[in-house]
Design a protein around this ligand. Structure first.
Ligand code: PLP
Length: 439
């Protein structure tokens, strides 16, 4: 692959810059579940962009809404001014959130949604006279974006080591357990006991020092790790028992990935806040949000005299009208096409069946899936000379499929519009690449 564009100036995020620039993979166009490269090759998007293009690419309805909004109201300050589309979007969003989470704080990204949720938790505790509750608990292998709060509660070592000192945070153990749960379909049977570590950490730090626990209901970037059966419910119980807030980071799991609008609904556990981004606008315009329990919002807001700003936090682009227009058009598509529950139907069943056929592919030690997200994991021995991720990703790309890799884990989260023949193509390419590299 090549390009005539000088690539020096753009310092690319989370990228092996020098490797990429010596062997670039340039995407030129996208439509439906396909990308097209600058050399005309068709690439199946098995990652929904970066877990975000849930309704597929090139949705003209969203483009039209964005273009109309740009000419009607391109921007207005959200600080002490408003615009209808921001309120309208918030009202539409909460039709999909758990019943008690009816307040929406808008951000521009998942990382900012996480920072905002952490700050709301602190402000809430302070506001109700629990100013000592300032610590957070996160979890190993968690990804909560890249800002300082997010990397503090996050549990991916490379994202943390270069950037301390971080916030006062402790971490729960992750729940990946291949010895007991290899080749699980849906939620793993073993591992509810891992939730008890929360009791231990609370005991160790003291409940009166902890503001909130934040977890991804399903860890995405850490390796597609499903919660063990009963684990999330147990987390909820323990948090309630100790008067600690529970935040679900649903930046990936939101908007239909697991077969419901949110993992919270799918797993029937209601957190105190949900962070969202990505699929909220089908990934086409940056926008994030925190969905907040009424009780938390009311505590913070009603604690300040009318006329005073209740929460000293916000972004220039909070509820950006153009992003809200994209979001409203996205919700129209999700609702009309039934995309938020599609992963729970036949297509999810086909995905599961085909993915698990890879059990006998060379060096595969685990296959795991839920809804329309899945992963295969290779034996660590294949990584003797460094992580296989980039090479495997390039191998799939050469064969016309885009996947996400983390070390020796390969993850898939296709657009929710994917069809059975695309899944078959994905699985064939995964097998061919594994046979080529490790066979
Ligand atoms: N939280 C989770 C669970 C994520 O997966 C991500 C991104 O992948 C983020 C937060 C950060 O989102 P963003 O990249 O939009 O800042």
């Amino acid at each position: 692959m090549s390009t005539n564009t000088n690539m020096d100036a753009f310092w690319m995020p989370f990228t092996a810059n020098r490797d990429f620039k010596s062997d670039p993979r340039i995407i030129e166009r996208a439509e439906g579940v396909m990308y097209y490269t600058n050399e005309g090759q068709e690439i199946l998007d098995a990652t929904a962009g970066l877990w975000c293009v849930n309704a597929g690419h090139g949705r003209s309805e969203i483009a039209d809404a964005v273009s109309k909004q740009l000419l009607e109201l391109d921007y207005a300050s959200p600080f002490n001014f408003g615009h209808d589309i921001g309120f309208e979007f918030a009202n539409r969003l909460i039709k999909h959130t758990p019943a008690q989470l009816n307040k929406v704080f808008f951000t521009n990204s998942g990382s900012e949604a996480v920072e905002s949720a952490l700050k709301i938790a602190l402000q809430y505790q302070k506001s109700r006279g629990k100013a000592g509750k300032t610590k957070f608990l996160g979890r190993e292998l968690a990804y909560h974006g890249v800002n300082f709060g997010g990397i503090s509660v996050g549990g991916l070592t490379p994202n943390r080591v270069g950037f301390g000192p971080l916030l006062p945070v402790d971490h729960l153990p992750h729940t990946l357990d291949i010895a007991n749960n290899a080749f699980s379909k849906g939620l793993p049977e073993q591992g509810i006991d891992k939730a008890e570590a929360l009791e231990q950490l609370i005991h160790f730090h003291g409940a009166d020092t902890i503001a909130a626990v934040i977890i991804e209901p399903m860890s995405g970037a850490g390796g597609v790790i499903m919660p063990p059966q009963g684990y999330l419910k147990r987390m909820r119980e323990i948090c309630d028992q100790h008067d600690i807030l529970l935040i679900f980071d649903e930046v990936i799991t939101g908007w239909g990935r697991l077969g419901a609008a949110f993992a919270s609904e799918e797993f029937d556990v209601v957190p105190d806040m949900i962070t969202s981004a990505k699929g909220i606008t089908n990934g086409v315009i940056p926008l994030g949000a925190v969905f907040v329990k009424d009780e938390i919002h009311d505590q913070i807001v009603n604690n300040v005299a009318v006329g005073g700003i209740e929460f000293y936090h916000g972004y220039t682009y909070s509820a950006h009208p153009v992003a809200c227009a994209a979001g409203l058009a996205t919700l129209d598509i999700y609702e009309r096409e039934g995309l938020l529950t599609r992963a729970a139907g036949d297509i999810g069943t086909h995905f599961e069946k085909e993915l698990h056929n890879l059990k006998d592919a060379p060096k595969v030690i685990d296959v795991r899936n839920y809804g329309l997200v899945g992963a295969i994991q290779f034996d660590p021995s294949v990584a003797a000379n460094g992580p296989i991720g980039l090479d495997f990703q390039k191998g799939c790309y050469k064969r016309g499929v885009m996947v996400r890799t983390m070390g020796n884990i390969v993850a898939f989260s296709p657009p929710l519009t994917i069809e059975a023949n695309h899944i078959d193509r994905l699985v064939n390419v995964l097998r061919e690449t594994a046979e080529d590299m490790f066979g």
